[in-house]
Design a protein around this ligand. Structure first.
Ligand SMILES: N[C@@H](CCC(=O)N[C@@H](CS)C(=O)NCC(=O)O)C(=O)O
Length: 336
């Protein structure tokens, strides 16, 4: 039997031998907890979030950190957007950190090896680091955002606590939770990770096998948002409130026209021209600066790092300058 997942010669060789891209399973899976006696209790100035601004998975964590107003509680470290043969590195380019502020490392790899000298695998972002125990708590974005939703709530003003929002929370208890999970599941497989399976495919067959399901899912999301808006349910995926499903979809849609369409050949349709409801949903989130988001979507979206990061990952010598503008203006009231 062929071992499709055998070690690769280059860090930039993303597809396995059969032409398919398979995402590595995250290794550090502990949780920060509100319980003061837990192994990783939620405390101010104890945890550090390591990211690059190009990465959509890291973006999820950065976005929820901002949405929740955890900026003064969880430290943020931003690395260079260029994936090198050594993995993510520190260079200080374009406003990124010159080196790791805790240990002076110049490679992200060294943080993984500090946590576990025997670690083998890809040195991914995001990473949530514990300064006290000097180890990685978790490197799986879907779990980091769930911790951020609730674990630090006792350190936040009452209106920012998940419990204050009842059924309007990001991942509320009750019937909506199952619906969010269900949507997350197909969106992850065909959209969030679907763009990677399409863009990193190294055979025509693998590319096409993921391209069509990706656009079928975008069509499905467009229909869902159209129904929701026309049925008066509200502008978001589950009505009037932003949920985890909006957050997880946003970081992919923000990269679509500027990165996946151009560089990953996900180019059957553009969000801005062919998906009016999806585009309106996206623009509403990005441009919002009300108390609902306090500008968190725009603040955490860096198109320059996204475009340059994807071009570098594919080893392109140039990066695309279009489409201009990177995002269309905020929707006006008549559009709602
Ligand atoms: N399952 C992880 C995936 C994270 C991931 O794959 N991050 C990419 C950047 S977009 C990475 O760090 N890649 C480095 C590499 O592949 O060497 C999560 O959602 O947190």
């Amino acid at each position: 039997m062929t071992d499709n997942t055998a070690p690769k010669k280059s860090i930039h060789e993303f597809a396995d031998k059969d032409g398919q891209f398979r995402r590595q399973v995250s290794s550090f899976r502990s949780r920060v907890s509100a319980d003061p006696n837990a192994e990783f209790p939620a405390e101010a100035d104890r945890y550090v979030l390591y990211i690059t601004l190009g990465c959509p998975w890291a973006h999820r964590a950065n976005l929820v950190r901002s949405l929740k107003g955890l900026e003064d509680i969880i430290q943020l470290v931003v690395m260079d957007y260029t994936l090198t043969e050594e993995g993510w590195v520190y260079t200080g380019v374009d406003g990124t950190a010159p080196c790791d502020p805790l240990y002076g490392f110049t490679r992200h790899k060294d943080l993984y090896l500090k946590a576990d000298p025997s670690f083998v695998g890809r040195y991914t972002v995001p990473v949530l680091w514990d300064k006290k125990r000097e180890t990685i708590v978790n490197n799986e974005s879907s779990e980091i955002i769930r911790m951020f939703f609730t674990a630090f709530d006792h350190l936040l003003p009452p209106e920012r606590r998940e419990s204050a929002h009842g059924f309007g929370g990001y991942y509320p208890e009750g019937p909506l939770r199952g619906q969010i999970d269900e949507l997350n599941d197909w969106v992850y497989n065909t959209v969030n990770n679907g763009v990677y399976k399409t863009g990193f495919a190294s055979t025509q067959e693998a590319y096409e096998n993921h391209l069509y399901p990706l656009f079928a899912s975008l069509d499905r999301l467009e229909a869902l948002l159209k129904d929701s808006a026309e049925g008066g349910k509200g502008p978001f995926l589950f009505g009037n409130h932003i949920t985890e499903a909006d957050i997880r979809l946003y970081t992919t849609i923000a990269r679509f026209d500027v990165g996946y369409f151009t560089l990953f050949k996900c180019n059957l349709k553009m969000i801005r021209y062919e998906y009016p409801h999806l585009d309106k949903w996206y623009r509403r989130l990005y441009w919002d600066d009300t108390a609902l988001t306090r500008g968190a979507f725009k603040k955490t979206t860096n198109f320059d790092h996204i475009i340059k990061g994807y071009a570098a990952a594919l080893k392109h010598k140039t990066y695309p300058r279009g489409p201009i503008p990177y995002i269309l203006p905020a929707p006006v009231e008549e559009e709602y």
